[in-house]
Design a protein around this ligand. Sequence first.
Ligand code: ADP
Ligand code: ASP
Ligand code: MG
Length: 406
Amino acid sequence: MGLLVQKYGGTSVADPDRIKAVAEHIVRTRQRGDDVVVVVSAMGKTTDDLLRLAYEVAQAPSAREMDMLLTSGERISIALLCMALMDQGVAARSFTGSQAGIVTDTSHGKAKIVEIRSGRVREALEAGDVAVVAGFQGVSTDANITTLGRGGSDTTAVALAAALGADACEIYTDVAGVYTADPRVVPDARKLQRLSFEEMLELSATGGRVLALRSVEFARNHGVPVHVRSSFSWEPGTWVGQEDPTMEQAIISGVSHDVSEAKVTIRRVPDRPGVAAKLFRALADETVNVDMIEQNVSLEGFTDISFTVPRDDLSRAITVMEKMVAETGANGFTHDPDIGRVSLVGAGMKTHPGIAAEMFEVLAAEDVNIEMISTSSIRISCVVREADVEKAVLALHRAFSLGELE
Ligand code: ADP
Ligand code: ASP
Ligand code: MG
């Protein structure tokens, strides 16, 4: 008998019929003899609706009250799912994040889990109950209700799996696994059988929202095998886990895209030691999450520096830059929200030269201009116009034959 953590996303529990179907699957899992801890998201688009509601009553809603509001979505799901389970004859107990012992830091809206006190969940399991935990939420070290950032239920699930020593964490969603590209953009995207933590980290960090980035970090750090699969077809999906050294690695595993960032360029900054440190310290102090950074070759003692930030952080970045232009003697700055990023990810890239050249050629053939480039040992990313993103993803997926059988 094992222990499984199963997470169901918003579309998986969007209405009463879906909740009943999920309950049936949990009952089947119990009947096979496994203990089950379930993590659920808010139903359908509830979180988006609650966010909209907040901005209808206030221009800048308080971060504490926003977390109080958003966590109510998941509270609805846990109670309804427990009722459905009991109706099907299975004992179940619901827990808010706080009751499940998910302790976070104090950063509202993007809190990090610092500890899991899993006593109450363990007790429920020992009593033979299914424990149903509200995803995406916790209680801070100063006793306030917090949320973990969008998509945070994945993180709750993997963190609980790690804390409870579960055999696996199953992420049930509206697609059948991790694909070679977002199947909503690329109709012939192919489902991957397995993927290493490192590849999944790169995909999640560059827009592949099927797993939240933080959940993959947790899984890698604690060695939790993650199975991404469909709550509609229930067929086996994609295993994300330790790299298998006996298997040959695919050169390219997937192409991801992201249109949630903006680009900022500060012009003619004096090229001397300490200037970049000053700029990025000021941004960090305002919790602006800087992603890509590019510095041009210096010309006559001056240089341009570009960086990308989440669009949600742009207004804070602008305020910081206004100050920095004055303090560094730069010539001014520009900002551009209409950018997108396309990335190629693959472990085999490490040992296979020429992928970057090929990627740039494919983009050139589509007349897509590259505005910034960044790489890791298993990823190449290009910033392009937002309007060119879909065309670029489709062309790269085709050029690297990602839709064809392995
Ligand atoms: P959930 O509500 O279950 O958490 P999400 O909407 O957060 O679901 O994540 C699932 C979505 O991720 C899919 O519907 C798909 O559009 C998107 N997605 C992006 N990239 C990929 C990919 N490489 N493979 C599978 N799905 C992807
Ligand atoms: N309900 C939250 C969101 O929509 C958390 C989640 O679904 O993972 O982001
Ligand atoms: Mg999600």
